[in-house]
Structure formats: structure tokens, C-alpha cells
Ligand binder design. Sequence first.
Ligand code: 5GP
Ligand code: ZN
Length: 116
Amino acid sequence: MDCIFCKIANREIPTEFLYEDELVVAFRDIHPIAPVHVLIIPKRHIASVTELENRDEKLVGRMIITAKKIAEDLQISEKGYKLLIRVGEYGGQEVGHLHLHLLGGARLKEDIGPIK
Ligand code: 5GP
Ligand code: ZN
């Protein structure tokens, strides 16, 4: 399958991992929109939140716990950060492989709202 994040996860595209375990990998976003912008993804291809099943509870928990640990490692935890998952067209999802954005390192804008 031609999925960029699958290729990153299985090391077809060389990318430095900030974290890796049997379920997830984390790496820096190629076009950061915050001083810290890390993506946490499942190793297994899951297109979106819409494709999650009950058996994925452990995986989804691991994604969030991983974000928490990376935030601590990168010393943005005390000031706070955002976790973001875009879903589908209206959610603005561009890569069709589930990913959790960890955004921080500065106070971030709060500009979510309908596009006029
Ligand atoms: P989305 O809009 O789907 O929530 O976010 C996709 C994110 O993936 C974007 O922030 C984009 O910059 C990032 N991205 C897309 N292609 C690559 C890539 O090849 N490497 C990395 N590290 N990030 C990517
Ligand atoms: Zn994939």
C-alpha cells in the first residue's frame, strides 16, 4: 500500500524516531506548526479514527501515553500542550494513516471554527 506513514513506520523512509515500541512510533512533523510538533502513529495501518475498533483500545491508550511521555522528555509538559487528531475531510485530515499531533513549546492559538 502506498502510505507515507506506513513507509516511515517500517523504515522504508529513513526518519528519526523519538519513541518506538511494538505498537507505535513517534517522529517530528516535517512541517512543524509549533516549536514542538511530534506525530505519534500506530505501526499497523489504520486509516482514521473512523476505522478504530473496540480491540484498538490498548493502541489508542498507548498513543496518548506516548504523547505524555514525549512531552515530559521534551520539557513542554509543565507549561502544557495540545493533542490533536484530525478526522476526515471536515476535520482537515491529510494523511490517511491515523496520527496524534503533539503540539507545544509556546502558547498556541485557539482558532478552530467553521470556514466561512
Ligand atoms: P493531518 O493534516 O493529516 O492531521 O496531518 C498530517 C501531518 O503530517 C502534517 O502536519 C504534515 O506536515 C505531516 N507530514 C506529511 N508528510 C510527512 C512526512 O513525510 N514526514 C513527516 N515527518 N511528516 C509528514
Ligand atoms: Zn499507513
